[in-house]
Design a protein around this ligand. Structure first.
Ligand code: FA5
Length: 345
């Protein structure tokens, strides 16, 4: 029996050396290792051998099996290399020093602003998280203190899937999952997370409202977080993005998931505050709702509101890009109009 194993090895090596294509390699694999292959037959016959023979042949045939697998793998690799080499020889010579005639793409203005804000916040110790676009009703509403039949749901009508899930109306839908993922912060090490994302609302579309737009949410939770921290971070954010002083106003705002809640508006940079269609003639544009996280939201996220406080903000990223680049109509941003979108740096 041992001679048979030795003979199989020699035969296999000879056949493999002659193989010239992946199909031939596969045929050899089947002939030796397939269900009815020569090596498989020897393995099957082990059960009829006496103990000593079984041990010796078993050892040898298993070594041979491993060897065959490895040799087949190497031969397939060699075949790929030969194919590549032949393709290279057939290919037209290529001069890497010739300047490209292809136009290089550009980043979307929302991506540019998003990356800019991420860089600022990363330097202040924030982690960047990705929220899901399809969410459960629980995460989008209940976990942020908007129970069924709460009137705040009217402001955020959205698109529902047949399985009962929905397209998220705001980035706040990720708050609960993030709190649960990171848990209660360690003393002196507040949880700092930034989570940008695409949001959807069943809206009447106009110059400043889209049914698909971007928000960028931030959250900081720790043992001593106050409104002062919130205002500080909002100021850093706006002055870095606009690279100049911008006029803002803070007014009370109601969101069920914060208490107290604020609306931070920016003086319209399109009309300089005089009033235009973008700011609905008011001179101000709602940009940055924020507030101290409601104790119920912390509790639902598994964080003790008696020990920890935190702030959250939900920046209208699409509107911020409009203000930064003087884009008068939000519809340009989802239009796919390359002539318009390529101008931004
Ligand atoms: C919210 O969505 C809250 N989740 C924000 C928040 C987070 C508050 C954390 C407090 C704490 P609001 O519905 O106002 O709030 O939307 C936030 C921002 O998204 C708005 O200020 C606006 O800039 C932008 N936005 C809302 N709807 C649209 C829309 N249809 N098109 C474009 N931008 C929109």
């Amino acid at each position: 029996m041992l001679e048979i194993v030795e003979k199989l090895k020699k035969e296999f090596d000879a056949k493999l050396a002659e193989s010239k294509s992946n199909d031939e390699i596969e045929a050899i694999r089947i002939a030796y290792l397939g269900k009815k292959g020569a090596v498989t037959d020897v393995l099957k016959s082990l059960k009829d051998m006496d103990a000593e023979m079984k041990k010796q042949v078993g050892q040898q045939v298993n070594v041979l099996k491993d060897e065959i697998e490895e040799k087949l793998r190497l031969q397939a690799k060699k075949m790929e290399e030969i194919k590549y080499q032949m393709a290279m020889e057939r290919a037209e010579p290529f001069d890497f020093s010739i300047p490209s005639t292809q136009e290089i793409g550009s980043l979307h203005p929302i991506t540019i602003v998003q990356r800019q804000i991420e860089t600022i916040f990363k330097s202040m110790g924030f982690i960047i998280e990705d929220g899901l676009e399809i969410q459960t009703e629980y995460n989008n509403f209940e976990a942020v203190n908007i129970p069924k039949h709460h009137p705040a749901r009217d402001m955020q009508d959205t698109y529902y899937l047949s399985n009962g899930q929905l397209l998220k109306t705001h980035t706040s839908a990720a708050q609960n999952a993030i709190m649960r993922k990171y848990g209660a912060p360690k003393p002196g090490e507040p949880l700092r997370v930034l989570f940008p994302g695409r949001c959807f609302r069943n809206e009447n579309i106009d110059a400043s409202h889209e049914n698909t737009f971007f928000q960028l949410e931030g959250m900081m939770i720790g043992d001593n977080i106050s409104i002062s921290n919130l205002i500080y971070f909002m100021k850093v954010l706006l002055s870095e993005v606009f690279e100049r002083d911008v006029k803002v106003r803070l007014r009370p705002g109601f969101f069920p998931f914060v208490e107290p809640g604020f609306e931070l508006d920016i003086n319209c940079l399109i009309c300089g505050g005089k009033g235009c269609s973008t700011c609905k003639q008011s001179g101000w544009l709602e940009l940055l709702p924020c507030g101290m996280i409601h104790p119920n939201v912390l509790t639902m996220g598994g964080i003790d509101p008696e020990k920890y406080t935190g702030f959250a903000f939900g920046l209208g990223l699409t509107r911020l890009a409009m203000m930064k680049y003087g884009i008068k109509d939000i519809r340009v941003l989802n239009s796919g109009n390359l002539k318009a979108l390529k101008q931004f740096k």
